[in-house]
Ligand binder design. Structure first.
Ligand SMILES: Cc1cc2nc3c(=O)[nH]c(=O)nc-3n(C[C@H](O)[C@H](O)[C@H](O)COP(=O)(O)OP(=O)(O)OC[C@H]3O[C@@H](n4cnc5c(N)ncnc54)[C@H](O)[C@@H]3O)c2cc1C
Ligand code: SF4
Length: 533
């Protein structure tokens, strides 16, 4: 039996595992772990691929055009390339029903962050106020994770919101549009700052230089289609390196249904469904770490209690960041050329000071480059031909801001079980905070004002409020608590209900700042692995 058994191979799980191994503990990782298809022509740029692939339509758009966002869709401004579908494919034994919430889960090797855009932002002391530790405690683990995965960024005006941790590498080269925005900010900075709006380089988990077998970004422009140089970090890269280590065992194709515990509430074993044979097996555990993502982790936890004694507790406090997508056009760049062979994701960000530091508004700016039939054109209140003509001629001037609001734990937002014991469903309910609508409107008007000061125009009626659940920053269902209470965990994310159970994903967050949480998931998982007794 290994010292530690971890469920999942996502961002949280792999960093927990790496730190546990570095401490000399043996680790078994149990995972569904759908594999990713091999990279295609790794040295070709986006433009070259269109020429060199035998069937570029299939690669970019899919055999059934499933990668295209058509008019009349749900108003989303991102489509996923067909070969990334495996990341979001659900599996038969996992069932969720929801209201007010569109839940996603991943059963891929590496989890949801196989599709992420790499935004990596440390929480500051104000944002950690409800956590049972402060920046001094987690800071060394931000430094450690940054060293492991490579994070680029700058010590600029956004540092007032985001601590500058160690191992922050110099940012990537900017594309033409991003350069123009940053130059303009230099001229209007004082006016914007007086309004509480700050602008600067985003932070992202991407390599500028070659490191640990990964190659530095060569500006191939294929980020959305999976970086073939491994410059953009994903957890599957860490997993691959862990698998080569002697004290690590990876059991994939196994769906964990529940854990079994004894009368002293000590976890004895996990039950797994082997997806290749459909057989249920038990695996004895010494210490169990759930890192299956907030919703699957909550389901395993609830199913384990339900199977043991028939109870169905409700886990309150489900959180996610409300996101609004705001397309804009830079008036100075209308008609300008655009270069598809550039880094595709956000390189810039706005930080808006909140009424209190916890109400900080976080907004990532992506200038638009290689996107195909651009959904913005299709959403414009014009006929298709005019929209496409406009897109072609203003492509170099277009951009998108993704505005994120913080969230708090509330009793009205929760998960619980329904259904028969052998086939339970996770029920997820989400009620927005009473202030959300007003907060969202205020943030939107501040972003529009800031964009205007940068010389950019937001076409009326095109801001899109994403459904709750779309940001996939789920958290809060089994929170860290300074006091011992049922359905909570302690400072080290050790369960207050089961003595040898740890939770290493977003389920444990007592507050959700506006900043994307994955860097903190990885740092916190490493922190608790360094303290596991
Ligand atoms: C398009 C997109 C863009 C994003 N961009 C960003 C970003 O820029 N910055 C950011 O901070 N975050 C971003 N995110 C969010 C980020 O991906 C998640 O926060 C992160 O992946 C969560 O990691 P996790 O390890 O906690 O869980 P997951 O990634 O959900 O991993 C769960 C793992 O558990 C396994 N698993 C689940 N259930 C079971 C079970 N019952 N039995 C066995 N194995 C199981 C799965 O196979 C998987 O390996 C983005 C997400 C998406 C979808
Ligand atoms: S531009 Fe994107 S796809 Fe190309 S090397 Fe850089 S991170 Fe990878």
């Amino acid at each position: 039996m290994s010292d530690v058994t971890i469920v999942g191979s996502g961002a949280s799980a792999v960093h927990f595992a790496q730190t546990a191994l570095e401490r000399g503990l043996s680790v078994t990782m149990v995972d569904v772990g759908r594999p990713r298809p091999a990279p295609v022509r790794p040295d070709d740029s986006f433009a070259e691929l269109k020429r060199t692939l035998d069937d570029p339509w299939r690669y970019f758009l899919g055999a059934r055009f499933e990668g295209v966002l058509f008019p009349g869709g749900k108003g989303e401004y991102y489509g996923f390339p067909p070969h990334k579908e495996y990341i979001f494919e659900s599996i038969e034994p996992y069932s969720v029903e929801s209201r007010g919430f569109e839940p996603l889960a991943s059963f891929a090797r590496g989890g949801l962050a196989e599709a992420w855009t790499g935004g990596s932002f440390p929480f500051n002391d104000a944002e950690l106020e409800d956590f049972p530790f402060g920046y001094d405690d987690i800071g060394p683990f931000y430094d450690l994770v940054a060293q492991r995965i490579g994070i680029v960024g700058a010590n600029d005006d956004l540092a007032r919101f985001m601590p500058v941790h160690r191992n922050l590498d110099a940012p990537l080269d900017l594309d033409r549009h991003s350069t123009a925005l940053l130059e303009r900010y230099g001229r209007v900075r004082e006016r914007m700052n007086a309004d509480g709006a700050f602008f600067g380089r985003s932070r992202a988990a991407v390599l500028r230089e070659d490191r640990d077998g990964r190659k530095g970004c060569d500006y191939l422009g294929r980020c959305l289609w999976t970086c073939p140089r491994e410059s953009l970090y994903t957890p599957a890269m860490t997993l691959e390196r862990l698998i080569a280590k002697p004290n690590f065992r990876y059991l994939d194709q196994r769906f964990v249904t529940h854990f079994r515990f004894d009368g002293d509430r000590r976890v004895r074993a996990i039950a797994t469904l082997d997806l290749t044979t459909n057989k249920v097996e038990e695996l004895d555990v010494e210490r169990l770490v759930l890192a299956a993502g907030t919703l699957p982790t909550s389901k395993i936890f609830l199913d384990s209690i339900h199977r043991a004694n028939g109870e169905r507790p409700r886990l309150t406090g489900l959180m996610d960041n409300r996101q609004t997508l705001v397309p804009f056009a830079n008036l100075k760049l209308l008609g300008a050329k655009w270069d598809p062979d550039t880094y595709q994701y956000h390189q810039l960000a706005f930080g808006l000071a909140g009424r209190t530091p916890k109400e900080y508004v976080h907004a990532l700016v992506t200038t638009l480059k290689s996107a195909l039939i651009h959904p913005i054109a299709l959403s414009a209140p014009l006929d298709l031909a005019t929209s496409l003509w406009i897109t072609k001629n203003v492509h170099g001037a277009l951009g998108l801001v993704n505005v994120n609001l913080h969230d708090t734990r509330r009793a009205e937002s929760y998960v619980e079980l329904s259904g028969d014991v052998e086939r339970t469903k996770l029920v997820a309910r989400y009620e927005p905070a009473p202030t959300e609508l007003a907060d969202r409107k205020r943030a939107l008007s501040r972003i529009k004002r800031a964009l205007w000061q940068l010389g950019c125009f937001v076409p009326p009626g095109m801001a899109h409020v994403r459904p709750m659940g779309a940001s996939v920053h789920y958290s809060g269902t089994l929170p860290m608590s300074k006091t011992r209470a049922p359905l909570t965990v302690d400072r080290d994310c050790r369960s207050h209900d089961f003595e040898n159970l740890w939770l290493a994903d977003g389920a444990t967050f007592p507050f959700l700042p506006a900043k994307n949480l994955t860097f903190t998931l990885m740092a916190n998982a490493s922190r608790i692995a360094s303290r596991i007794a």
